[in-house]
Design a protein around this ligand. Structure first.
Ligand code: A3P
Ligand code: MG
Ligand code: MG
Length: 379
């Protein structure tokens, strides 16, 4: 399929009319006002157990605690229970959504336009500033609702699972920081559980375990249901998003170049948090060997102002305008090409600096994407 697609692209790069099944959306080039983005309303939360089973409770919820000074992020690396990288399917989000629907959640009364994990929406919205990494996505449109799902090729999955030891360790640093910054009860403290654990260690890392929040929001005219992992809350969980905290690690800033790199990265931190209504990003700055040197709290809504006017600046209104036109483009294309057949699946391909292509998948691709969901009776 990919061969056919790229052949088609090569044959007629500028004339969509000759490519009946592919269609492109270029980047926005004009400036303008941002379409409104509604404050996210939480619908429900759920947890993944150590067996990575979805349970509709808050057993995996963690509470913020300040990390100890000079925390060593390599601690516990050998005991990391690592969930293999797999395709991040939309299934559990759909289960959560059908649960909220069956409970007649008032925030769903006006309907839904698009559903996806926060990671997918972050990728869409940050695309105008993405210079390196392309991505692919599966899209279905059922009863007028778009279902968006990241597509990772076999090769990408292999790469993610076979990280070089150094990269693997760096990934672990992020999780170790989460351990030091969280505790299993509000206002608690972390007491070392086993000999050799440092003060403040919150327990060994098991990346099967996650706590997720599902919210409803709206970008322009598109009502969105977005699910995502929330690292912890400050104080008690009240059912609102206003004390959610996103934890991040980043290399210590030693000069102008580091600062510029960090400020570019802030777009992802910002968007990832903003989409779920997470008001605070708590960053641990670390040395190359994984020792926390300083920490800093960022208020999510204040992040864009920090980069404004700089040479490497990004502007969230550009992201929201692009996101809005992207979603409207998908809706229009799926309607135009769908012929009323709701089992159709589209593959969206993003190429940095160019824009996106959308192409209808053939039967083999569709089977792979849809079969599991059909079995579950979700679509
Ligand atoms: P850091 O972000 O501190 O590096 P999240 O920040 O989204 O809660 O993710 C927690 C950790 O998972 C990250 O910590 C990082 O270690 C790892 N991680 C998340 N997304 C990743 C990606 N795309 N590639 C590599 N590691 C990733
Ligand atoms: Mg997280
Ligand atoms: Mg995090």
């Amino acid at each position: 399929l990919r061969e056919t697609m790229s052949k088609r692209r090569a044959d007629s790069p500028d004339s969509p009319a000759k490519r009946p099944r592919t269609c492109s959306l270029p980047y926005p080039t004009t400036s303008g006002a941002s379409p409104p983005f509604q404050q996210p309303t939480p619908l429900l939360s759920f947890s993944y157990t150590p067996a990575h089973e979805l349970v509709f409770n808050d057993s995996a919820l963690r509470y913020y605690v300040p990390p100890p000074a000079r925390a060593k992020l390599s601690h516990g690396y050998d005991r990391w229970i690592r969930r293999p990288e797999e395709r991040s399917r939309i299934d559990s989000l759909l289960r959560a959504l059908s649960r909220a629907q069956s409970q007649k959640h008032p925030a769903l009364a006006s309907g839904v336009g698009a559903v996806g994990w926060r990671g997918v929406l972050t990728r869409i919205l940050t695309a105008p500033y993405e210079e390196r990494e392309g991505w692919e996505m599966n899209v279905m449109c059922v009863k007028g609702v778009l279902y968006l799902e990241e597509h990772r090729s076999e090769e990408m999955l292999r790469e993610k699972n076979d990280l070089a030891p150094r990269q693997r360790m760096q990934t672990y640093y992020g999780y170790a920081f989460e351990s030091y910054c969280t505790c299993d009860s509000p206002h608690g403290t972390n007491i070392p559980q086993r000999p050799g654990d440092p003060m403040g260690w919150g327990g060994d890392v098991d990346t099967n375990v996650q706590w997720c929040s599902v919210v409803r929001t709206k970008l322009g005219d598109t009502r969105l249901v977005i699910g995502g992992e929330v690292d912890c809350v400050r104080g008690k969980f009240t059912g609102k998003t206003d004390n959610f905290v996103e934890l991040k690690t980043s290399m210590t800033i030693r000069g102008a170049q580091d600062e510029a790199r960090f400020e570019k990265k802030l777009l992802k931190f910002y968007m990832q948090s903003f989409l779920l209504g997470v008001p605070e990003v708590f960053v641990g700055f670390r040395t190359p060997s994984g020792e926390i040197s300083t920490t800093q709290t960022f208020r999510t809504v204040e992040i864009p102002r920090m980069v404004r006017g700089k040479p490497h600046a990004w502007d969230p209104s550009m992201c929201f305008r692009w996101g809005d036109s992207f979603l409207r483009f998908l809706q229009a294309e799926c309607r135009a090409q769908g012929d009323g057949d709701e089992s159709r699946v589209w593959r969206v391909t993003f190429r940095p600096g160019v824009g996106v292509d959308i192409a209808l998948l053939d039967e083999a691709g569709v089977d792979e994407v849809v079969a599991a969901r059909r079995r579950m009776g979700l679509l």
